[in-house]
Design a protein around this ligand. Structure first.
Ligand code: FAD
Length: 503
């Protein structure tokens, strides 16, 4: 890279996953160019300790740092993730669940058929148009397979991970410190600004002073520098994303072992995640405090998990929204300090990675405004996709669901997507027309809208006539079945990783 030289010193405030991810990336790019990276964390203020699912971008992150799966996955009790299964979001017969698959190169052979089928069904033709029958990742997860193709399978498969958030933090810490990041333990009591309004130093409660040219605020929901000291405005997403709390509880793994998918099951005032690690499952009910009390949420979670009425749970508050600008003065905000979208699509770490990588380029090219605009666009784009889950879900049994499916507080972009779907237009074209395929590709939008059964009522469907291309579902089935034979079981893959780690 060229352009502006890196800062000579960086202090990162916060040792959660975001702080250590940033430390690793900054050190890798600028560490040997005269930039000293220091991370300061408090031993009295814990990390949030949730955030156990990822998108495929986390794989890109570890690949970039040259950390192999055998090095980090067994240490973090990690499993593979081929996508997310949504259950109970729709009461339309046949659409009670659907799978949002991570993309694979194989999709190109079946996806065109699926997109075509959704259009025919939207036009009132009785053709099979549920996403689950068209994607390899769906088959892999449901069949207990890992999304790891054998060497002679010539197509790339996108996948993410599930992991223990605490263990990922310590693993990344060891890695970053091993590569030269300095680590200090201190509780910061004051952020000192200079006359120009830049951050001059962080002052610890024991008087220690941490000075730097650049500061990274990774202090979690506290946002101690970006909001606390620099006063950057926080823009709430509460208007159309209602959930502001979570209650979490672990459970033992199911008898069959971990499947390579997250489960997101709709509940009375939100949804419940189920994330299988190698040693336990993480579960959490993400809900809105406007509709449900914490104690009732805990009771609903325990009942869902089959736990005793007094089983221990942990309550969390969530601040959903983002700071108006992420790079202000000499401070970059990342992680929860930068913003948070509720965890339905597990995008937080993906945003950390995109933010730090975008920042490294923008700093070198001196493009602060473009960077801030790109971060905002990413948040708004992901927000729209999550809002679309609620807005087009087919569930009206509680006030929460009636309100979540019934409001009109949608961005113009999302209105365009929903209008395209319900007017029978080409959704792929609309996604490309809006230029939002880099946030969520046509696959994701089709799966979501089709997965909840957003089609004409079955009683109004007509048999497909000669104008509709015949869909040979047996052929699709045979193809996916054949592909799936190239994949090992999830269990065997995890065992092989452990063996490699021990060797
Ligand atoms: C319910 C829930 C579910 C989630 N699920 C997912 C998911 O599935 N996938 C995903 O990608 N993300 C998820 N997230 C988000 C994810 O948890 C976070 O993005 C991730 O853990 C990073 O957090 P963080 O590092 O920004 O903050 P934290 O983990 O809160 O770390 C903050 C750090 O700042 C330090 N600190 C704060 N103040 C001071 C101070 N004054 N002095 C010194 N140190 C200080 C603390 O010591 C700590 O080290 C979820 C979040 C929630 C709330």
């Amino acid at each position: 890279m060229s352009g502006r030289p890196p800062p000579r010193s960086i202090v990162i405030l916060g040792g959660g996953t975001a702080g250590w991810m940033a430390a690793s990336l900054l050190q890798q790019r600028w560490g040997d160019r005269g930039c000293a990276v220091t991370l300061v964390e408090s031993k009295d203020i814990g990390i949030i300790g949730v955030g156990e699912g990822s998108t495929p971008q986390l794989k890109a992150f570890f690949d970039k740092l040259g950390i192999s799966e055998a090095e980090w996955m067994p240490r973090c009790n990690a499993t593979y993730k081929a996508g997310i299964e949504f259950s109970g979001w729709s009461d339309r017969p046949g659409f009670e669940r659907y799978f949002h698959p991570f993309p694979t190169e194989v999709d190109r052979f079946t996806e065109g058929k699926f997109f075509y089928a959704t259009r025919a069904r939207r036009a009132g033709r009785d053709v099979p148009a549920h996403p689950d029958r068209f994607y390899l990742s769906t088959r892999l997860a449901r069949a207990g397979l890992a999304p790891l193709a054998s060497d002679n399978f010539p197509f790339r498969i996108g996948y993410g991970y599930h992991f223990d958030a605490h263990l990922v933090g310590t693993t990344l810490r060891d890695f970053a410190v091993g590569r030269g990041v300095r680590h200090a333990t201190a509780t910061i009591a004051e952020v000192q600004l200079n006359e120009a309004g830049d951050v001059a130093a962080l002052i610890a409660d024991d008087g220690r002073r941490f000075e730097a040219e650049l500061f990274v605020d990774a202090s979690g929901f506290r946002a101690a520098i970006i909001e606390g000291a620099l006063g950057e405005k926080h823009l709430s997403f509460g208007d159309n994303l209602f959930n502001d709390r979570a209650v979490v509880a672990p459970t033992p793994l199911p008898a069959g072992g971990p499947l390579a998918c997250t489960k997101a099951t709709a509940a009375s005032a939100g949804w419940i995640w189920h994330i299988p690690l190698t040693t336990r499952a993480g579960n959490g009910y993400v809900y809105s405090s406007r509709y449900l009390d914490p104690e009732d949420a805990a009771a609903e979670l325990r009942a869902h998990l089959g736990l005793a009425p007094d089983a221990e749970v942990r309550h969390l508050q969530m601040k959903c929204g983002r700071v108006e600008r992420s790079w202000v003065k000499n401070c970059l905000a990342i992680g929860l300090a930068q913003g948070f979208l509720e965890p339905l699509e597990a995008t937080a770490l993906h945003i950390v990675l995109a933010t730090v990588e975008g920042f490294l380029d923008a700093h070198e090219q001196d493009e602060r405004d473009a960077f801030n605009a790109a971060v905002a666009r990413r948040y708004e784009g992901i927000r729209d996709y999550i809002v679309c889950h609620y807005r087009t879900a087919q569930r009206r049994d509680t006030d929460y669901w009636r309100d979540a499916t019934g409001h009109d507080r949608l961005s113009d972009s999302l209105k365009g997507i929903i209008t395209a779907w319900f007017t029978g237009a080409d959704l792929t074209e609309e996604v490309h027309r809006q230029g939002i395929a880099d946030i969520y590709p046509p696959l994701s939008w089709h799966c979501l809208l089709a997965g909840y059964g957003n089609y004409p009522d079955p009683s109004r469907l007509r048999a497909p006539g000669p104008d509709i291309m015949p869909l040979d579902m047996a052929e699709v089935e045979r193809f996916i079945d054949g592909c799936a034979r190239n994949f090992p079981t999830h269990r065997a893959s995890l065992a092989a990783l452990r063996q490699r780690a021990a060797a």
